[in-house]
Structure formats: structure tokens, C-alpha cells
Design a protein around this ligand. Structure first.
Ligand code: HEC
Length: 184
């Protein structure tokens, strides 16, 4: 026989009973779509990424390489930065300085052993003061800060046992980015 209490109970329990049902519906909605098979081993494609999930992450991580990949990028950007300053293309100089800073920030995530030198010798004043000179400095201030910035690259190389990598302004123009007056 249904008592008043029994009739009351479902209405009190209903919200709780609905929770697992809602979760199931939610999970079904979140289920990943069927994954396409990897293909193309030996002919492009990603089939070389194989094994357990951890093994696959390891393989991708290895392809990113370490700090040398960062420096490969930084060297390109440093060359561009030099010509941006020569051309007084301040927007491009700011862009490259920020990209160099960002590349090194990402590099020390991959290689934390380089972080202390990067922060102590480069990511602070040398970057900040170059950015400041790009925004507000005259030609002389800009060239001076670029010199300080270059010195900071080399100080880090010394600190990291890479003293044989002594960088400086490239003697010949190599940038494909034209001086502003040649743009059109
Ligand atoms: C963390 C300190 C640090 C800073 C700051 C730094 N470097 Fe380096 N650089 C290194 C290390 C370490 C290597 C060697 C990387 C390796 O092989 O793992 C290197 C290597 C290089 C190389 C050789 C790359 C190659 O393999 O072809 C160049 C060129 C270079 N750096 C340029 C620069 C320039 C330009 C700057 C400044 C804009 C700079 N670096 C700032 C630490 C630094």
C-alpha cells in the first residue's frame, strides 16, 4: 500500500537518481570520435608514431629536439633583428625581439637545465632594455642596446660551456624582408 511517505520519497530522491543518468548522457556526448588509422610510413604520414601513448609522446618530443633547435631559430631571428635595426624598421625589430624571448622561454621548458643562465643573463634587462630602445630610443641608444643584447647571448654561451659560439652582427645582408622604403 502506498503511504503518504512513499509518495513523497520519489519526489525527494528523483534529483539524485537523475545524476548518474545525466552523467551517462554527458559521457556519451564526450566520447571521442573514431580515430582514423595512422598511415604513410616511409612515404610521409605519421605511422612512425607507434607504440603506447607514452612511447608516442616520447617520439614526438624527441623530434622537437632540445636547446639546439631553440638556438637554430634564435640565430635566424637575431640576423633578422640586426637588419631590422639597420633599416630602422622598428615594428619588425620589436617583433623579432619578442619572438627571440618567446623561443627561449619555450626552450627552457624543454631544457630546464638552461633556465638559470637564460633568466640571469638574458631574459631580464637585455631583452627589456632592447625593447625599450626600440620603442623610444634614438639610433645610438638602439645600437648600444643591440650590442648589450648580443653580449648577453655570448655571456650565456660562456656560462653554458658554449664559449666557442661567439655571435655578432652578420657582415652581409641575408634577410628577404626589404627595408621599408623598398616595400613597394
Ligand atoms: C641559456 C643561455 C643562452 C642564451 C641566452 C643564448 N644561447 Fe645560444 N646557445 C646556448 C646553448 C646551450 C647552445 C648549444 C645548444 C645545444 O646544442 O644543445 C647554443 C647554441 C647557439 C648557436 C649554435 C646553434 C646551432 O646548433 O647551429 C647559435 C648560433 C646561438 N646559440 C645563437 C644565440 C644568439 C644569437 C643568442 C642571443 C639572441 C643566444 N644564442 C642566446 C645557450 C644560450
Amino acid at each position: 500500500m502506498t503511504t503518504r511517505a512513499d509518495r513523497d520519497r520519489p519526489s525527494r530522491l528523483a534529483p539524485r537518481a537523475l545524476v548518474p543518468a545525466a552523467l551517462l548522457v554527458g559521457l556519451a556526448a564526450c566520447a571521442p570520435p573514431e580515430q582514423p588509422a595512422l598511415h604513410g610510413e616511409g612515404e610521409g604520414g605519421a605511422a612512425w608514431i607507434s607504440g603506447t601513448v607514452n612511447e608516442r609522446f616520447q617520439q614526438v618530443g624527441d623530434q622537437f629536439a632540445g636547446f639546439s633547435a631553440t638556438m637554430f631559430e634564435v640565430a635566424h631571428r637575431y640576423r633578422e633583428l640586426h637588419w631590422a635595426i639597420e633599416d630602422d624598421n622598428r615594428a619588425y625589430a620589436r617583433y623579432q625581439t619578442e619572438k627571440i624571448r618567446d623561443a627561449i622561454e619555450l626552450g627552457i621548458i624543454r631544457r630546464p637545465g638552461r633556465a638559470e643562465s637564460a633568466r640571469a643573463l638574458f631574459l631580464g634587462a637585455p631583452v627589456e632594455e632592447l625593447l625599450h630602445a626600440i620603442e623610444e630610443g634614438d639610433d645610438e641608444a638602439l645600437r648600444r642596446e643591440f650590442g648589450e643584447f648580443t653580449a648577453a647571448c655570448n655571456q650565456c654561451h660562456v656560462a653554458e660551456d658554449m664559449a666557442f659560439v661567439m655571435v655578432g652582427a652578420p657582415p652581409e645582408r641575408s634577410s628577404v624582408v626589404l627595408p621599408p622604403s623598398n616595400e613597394r
